[in-house]
Design a binder for this molecule. Sequence first.
Ligand code: FE2
Length: 233
Amino acid sequence: MELHALFPTVVATDRMAMDPLMLAGQLQTLLSLRGEAYSNPDEGCAWTGDLNGIWQLHEHHDFRSLADEVIARVWIYLEQTGFDLDQIALHLQRCWPVLSAAGQVVGRHHHPNAHVSAIVYLSGDGQGREGALCLHARHQLNELVPGLAVGHGGPIRDHHPRNQHLWTFNPEPGLVVIFPSRLDHSVGENMDEESLRVSLSFDFVLTAQDSSAPAEYLAPHPHQWHRCERPLS
Ligand SMILES: [Fe+2]
């Protein structure tokens, strides 16, 4: 019998060469950008730049070339998943650091503002002790009926590869992950007292190309948007 695994979600991973001196400088920069703040603000929640005014890291000279490398990979991701690159424009909307100290986590969430997201890791030993990235399946199509895989000992065996609801990825410096922004994700607890888990997040938006006349499913290019002034009351 042949089994056809249909309708896959594509998550891309890649390895980026990291210059040790540059990496040390980037880590130093991120620590100084974090400043006195430590968490978000609950002390069990990792510090994230988007909630602390550090959300345009791609404009910072220490991170421009790294952002360019991520952008190049996102174009490849889009091409590999079937997008006609001649019909779209890609916009980097936001780039921010996430610093997770011992005992901290990032709760399950997705990025409703974006289309494609990427993460680059600046720390980690590949073992996941600093907290693995977890991608969560919103639906398990192979549970046959929604709710059949709730657990409590069955009826579906835990971690069966054809009924996965979770995928984890252990950070290491230079590893890149690219995934649809709608995918729920979280970060496990940093169990390493000695290490700070450091990653950079990127949110991208697709629109039509400038001066085209797209159908309603694809947003026009922002140059063609009309800002609506609030009426005087
Ligand atoms: Fe996120």
